[in-house]
Design a protein around this ligand. Structure first.
Ligand SMILES: *[C@@H]1O[C@H](CO)[C@@H](O)[C@H](O)[C@H]1NC(C)=O
Ligand SMILES: *[C@@H]1O[C@H](CO)[C@@H](O)[C@H](O)[C@H]1NC(C)=O
Ligand SMILES: *[C@@H]1O[C@H](CO)[C@@H](O)[C@H](O)[C@H]1NC(C)=O
Length: 428
């Protein structure tokens, strides 16, 4: 029974992943990640994920709101359009609590890749869906989202291509009319949310997935400072712990990619000063550096076998012309013993990068051994009878235990393939 509905969820994923129109409908488009990271064909890397839509449950769609003061402030998406967010009002005991979730969607590192992106929902509100479904951590159903269901909830749309951290000073060099305003979008958006009630927040959680998880880490302490001193404020990064690791060919693919993003969009000014003073700004964009400087309590949810990282940090497609890694990159069950060894090494690197953070008393961790990416925004992985667990706790229960100080949460799963509760993605 349990396996059946798991299978159904996965089938949904796969069926949707195959639809071409998904490119317009997806909350984040992995194809764009791939496209922006290295110039590989996006047909080839046809990885798109969308919410597994459950047609039987009452729909929970929330309208897009365009930022009111955007033009005046110069807070603009890559193409110069007005950024947006989706807001659902809190109720009952959650009326004064705020949960923000920043959408993911990779980054653009060149004029060419940003120019492509500006014609998609990740670079322009012209293409954003007018409604999105709130599920997982954004759900208002208490059985799907036991601790946060009645909070004010905001899904922040991502349209700047640099984790809400770009600066207009760096626009001069682009003749193609691209706007690098991530930091200004963040600031204007915060002002707007404060004005509609967030300034009276009693409890707040800033969260985000993937590039939005990275944005969460970048802005976590800023967020804390904006809210009342007596409010409880914490941050949750989902699949945002990108590793500063060499790929299987020994190249610093990810580091040089971040280097280009930082340079193109002027991100250095949005990074911790202490870090930038001591090393290359692009290294300071990696979470293992960012978390050293964050004073606000942080929770990290990350799969140990994050498929995006395996496909782009560890084994970038362009570096595998003979397809030795092809089937392993698409489905972890297809990896041969020597590939598994390398993938386990990647997990070891993640745990090493987290070793300091594990001692952080205010911090929380949930590192499960699944081949997946973001897990907080879907009921199937956040909190359901069949969702991934460690020590019999779902991600939602673990995050709740940490947020409300019910328990210390440092959940680190045993290595693959030990956990039968995992949802593993299959791109074959
Ligand atoms: C914080 O202080 C303000 C003003 O004193 C008060 O109105 C508010 O209820 C307090 N919030 C919490 C969470 O205690
Ligand atoms: C990767 O490293 C090799 C040398 O080890 C080099 O020849 C190659 O150009 C590098 N590839 C990329 C994409 O940087
Ligand atoms: C796991 O937790 C569920 C409730 O979430 C409980 O019903 C079940 O008995 C637990 N299983 C074990 C093995 O502890």
């Amino acid at each position: 029974m349990a396996n059946q509905s798991r299978l159904r969820a996965l089938l949904w994923w796969r069926r949707w992943a195959k639809k071409d129109w998904a490119i317009a409908a997806v909350g984040f488009t992995l194809t764009l990640f791939a496209l922006s990271l290295i110039s590989i064909s996006w047909r080839d890397d046809d990885f798109k994920i969308t919410h597994p839509v459950d047609l039987t449950s009452a729909s929970d769609f929330v309208d897009l709101t365009l930022l009111r003061n955007a033009n005046h402030r110069g807070a603009l998406c890559l193409d110069g359009s007005v950024p947006g967010y989706h807001f659902q009002k809190g109720f009952g005991s959650g009326a004064h609590n705020w949960l923000l979730h920043i959408e993911g969607g990779g980054w653009c590192n060149t004029i060419a890749s940003c120019s492509l992106r500006k014609n998609t929902p990740l670079g322009s509100s012209k293409y954003m869906e007018r409604q999105v479904r709130f599920s997982g951590i954004l759900s208002r159903d208490s059985s799907e989202n036991p601790d946060f269901f009645n909070w004010n909830k905001v899904k922040i749309r991502y349209c700047d291509g640099a984790s809400l951290a770009g600066r207009p000073e760096s626009e001069l060099k682009n003749g193609d009319k691209l706007f690098f305003r991530g930091q200004i979008i963040w600031e204007s958006l915060m002002d707007e949310l404060l004005s509609i009630g967030m300034s009276k927040a009693k409890q707040a959680l800033l969260s985000g997935c993937s590039a939005g998880g990275l944005a969460t880490l970048i802005h976590c302490d800023d967020f804390r400072k904006l809210l009342p001193k007596n409010a409880t404020v914490k941050c949750l990064a989902d699949a945002g712990f990108f590793l500063d690791e060499i790929d299987v060919f020994g190249n610093h693919t990810m580091r040089s990619f971040y280097h280009d993003v930082v340079l193109l969009q002027g991100v250095a000014k949005s990074l911790p000063k202490d870090c930038v003073a001591g090393m290359e700004p692009s290294e300071c964009l990696f979470p293992q550096q960012l978390i050293k400087n964050i004073r606000t309590p942080v929770f990290l949810v990350n799969p140990a076998y994050d498929f995006w990282q395996i496909q782009h940090v560890l084994v970038p497609n362009a570096l595998d012309p003979h397809g030795y890694w092809r089937s392993c990159r698409l489905n972890i069950h297809n990896c041969n013993p020597s590939q598994i060894k390398i993938v386990q090494g990647f997990r070891d690197s993640l745990l090493r990068a987290l070793s300091e953070f594990q001692k952080n008393k205010m911090g929380g961790i949930f590192i499960n051994s699944c081949f997946i990416h973001c897990q907080t925004w879907m009921a199937e992985t956040w909190h359901s009878p069949n969702s991934p667990r460690i020590n019999n706790k779902t991600i939602a229960e673990s995050v709740g235990d940490w947020y409300f100080d019910r328990k210390v949460v440092k959940q680190i799963d045993c290595p693959y393939p030990c956990n039968p509760t995992c949802v593993h993605m299959d791109f074959t």
